[in-house]
Design a protein. Structure first.
Length: 434
């Protein structure tokens, strides 16, 4: 090896060690594993392969069933930890349901660590013995607080909470009870409902988009009910082929509710291009295919209802929901009355109380700091979103014609810069969207 080659080799070696020990410490993962193993109440379940992080771990965290009685029964709450660097920020995804490992939009944007938390009573995080009364907004917020407190002992960067739909609501709920846990929050959708049949949803559907499209949505629902003799047999055939059953709701009633759900689901998930909505000149197949795509055909299936019993229980205790506007279809309905009590788990006997949600809504509007709310302009859940009064530094962004799937990446560049600037200010970092 000549002198030049030798110097180049030594230079490359030096650069390698600089990056190893300054940029990404070699003992980082070992230190994390050691921390987890030495922390009471944490179990490492499995390691997940993911080239985007140094290590991804499925963990279980012991949680008290009742945080107001720490001597109560415990259950194991599933979380996924994606580790990059202990000095980088940590994104906490406060999911409202069962979870699988994934990488959130904020994690990609900030190139940082991530912890996804499954909601109590969902997925793998179900208490035994089972007692519905501990499935509350406050108990779940306490779960999130405990997990955040644990990882504050290891990570030294900023903490960010995020969530989508009910998860977005969980972001607001957690911050209401623990406003200093988190440095910044991004809540996608995050409805704050004040009733089990929140009227704001109905009013939203009456005014969303343009009159022409609203009329097409309404006419399609009437069409499905008018052509019941043609569509309902296909509904039954589909149920048999897909092994769907409707014993909880009733088959005829489930069909009617699938049609009633259409107006909500269409605006929730579509881009708003109403030119593709079938009309009276469309074939039976075209009508069915469109109802299958945007109606509630799967939503009212027994298995879908039962797996979502925890969600529906919360709706009828402290989370709220919506019912269905039926007056305009009364001449065509034989079974549906617009109410949704069939969603309530048997023997759960929920009692709805809107007091907490009203308090949280008032706080979010007037006092909550460092929250960015992301909404789609067509999504009916936007109707029950936060109403900022300008008294806080929080930011509300609504994407015109956006759906329930609206994310930061979907906004125009000028709007994204506003979002990035707010996050940079709160987190003290520079965001590189590339």
């Amino acid at each position: 090896m000549n002198i030049i080659q030798n110097r180049f080799f030594r230079f490359c070696t030096l650069v390698f060690f600089v990056f190893q020990f300054i940029g990404y410490p070699q003992d980082d993962v070992d230190e994390l594993i050691s921390f987890l193993k030495s922390t009471d109440g944490i179990e490492i379940v499995s390691k997940i392969e993911d080239d985007n992080f140094k290590v991804v771990l499925e963990l279980q965290v012991d949680q008290p069933l009742d945080h107001k009685n720490l001597g109560s029964e415990k259950f194991k709450q599933q979380i996924f930890l994606s580790h990059l660097d202990k000095t980088k920020p940590v994104v906490f995804d406060l999911d409202g349901y069962a979870v699988k490992n994934r990488t959130t939009e904020l994690t990609k944007l900030l190139n940082c660590n991530q912890i996804i938390i499954e909601h109590r009573y969902f997925g793998q995080s179900v208490p035994s013995p089972f007692d519905w009364k501990y499935l509350t907004i406050e108990q779940a917020a306490n779960d999130h607080h405990k997990i955040i407190e644990i990882f504050k002992q290891f990570y030294t960067g900023k903490f960010i909470s995020t969530g989508i739909s009910k998860g977005g609501s969980c972001v607001v709920f957690h911050k209401y009870f623990y406003p200093t846990d988190i440095d910044a929050s991004v809540a996608y959708v995050g409805p704050l409902n004040y009733s089990i049949d929140d009227n704001r949803v109905y009013e939203w559907i009456k005014s969303v988009s343009i009159p022409e499209c609203r009329e097409k949505v309404h006419d399609f629902q009437r069409l499905c009910l008018e052509k019941r003799d043609e569509i309902y047999p296909i509904f039954l055939e589909h149920a048999e082929n897909k092994k769907l059953t409707y014993n909880i709701v009733g088959y005829e009633k489930a069909y009617e509710y699938s049609v009633l759900e259409y107006s909500f689901a269409y605006w929730q998930w579509s881009s708003g291009d109403c030119s593709k909505i079938p009309n009276e000149f469309s074939s039976t197949k075209e009508i069915w295919d469109h109802l299958l795509e945007y109606g509630g055909v799967k939503y009212f299936d027994d298995s879908d209802i039962t797996v979502n019993y925890p969600f529906f229980y919360q709706c009828y205790t402290d989370y709220g929901y919506y019912a269905y506007a039926v007056d305009e279809f009364k001449d065509l309905l034989e079974y549906a009355d617009g109410q949704t009590q069939f969603f309530i788990p048997k023997d759960s006997n929920p009692v709805y109380n809107s007091q907490l949600l009203c308090s949280i809504g008032n706080w979010a509007s007037n006092d909550a700091e460092n929250i960015i709310y992301i909404y789609g302009g067509n999504d009916p859940w936007t109707s029950t979103g936060v109403c900022l009064t300008g008294r806080t530094n929080s930011l509300k962004m609504i994407l015109a014609n956006g759906s329930h799937k609206t994310r930061i990446k979907d906004f125009p560049e000028k709007d994204k810069k506003i979002i990035y600037s707010r996050l940079e200010n709160w987190l003290g970092i520079k965001i590189d969207p590339k």
